[in-house]
Design a protein around this ligand. Structure first.
Ligand SMILES: [Zn+2]
Length: 76
């Protein structure tokens, strides 16, 4: 089943919704106005479906902290 991404033109709330191919639209859960379909991606059902795919992907680690930032000893 495709996962559709919607962008509400009224309050700019972004949300995703699993719908059948024949579905025509969705209402914004925030302001309950009809939202516009932005993009569609296929849901990774085999992944477990626990987390929603992010359009920006995982955030890169911030420099200066965490692993290889000098604190853990694995860096140069
Ligand atoms: Zn809205």
């Amino acid at each position: 089943m495709p996962l559709y991404e919607y962008l509400c033109p009224t309050c700019h709330h972004k949300f995703e919704k699993l719908q059948s191919m024949s579905a025509t639209g969705a209402d914004c859960p925030n302001c309950e106005q009809p939202a516009k379909r932005a993009i569609s991606v296929f849901a990774a059902v085999s992944k477990g479906g626990a987390d929603m795919p992010s359009p920006m992907g995982p955030l890169p680690p911030l420099g200066g902290g965490g692993c290889c930032g000098g604190g853990c000893g694995c860096g140069p």
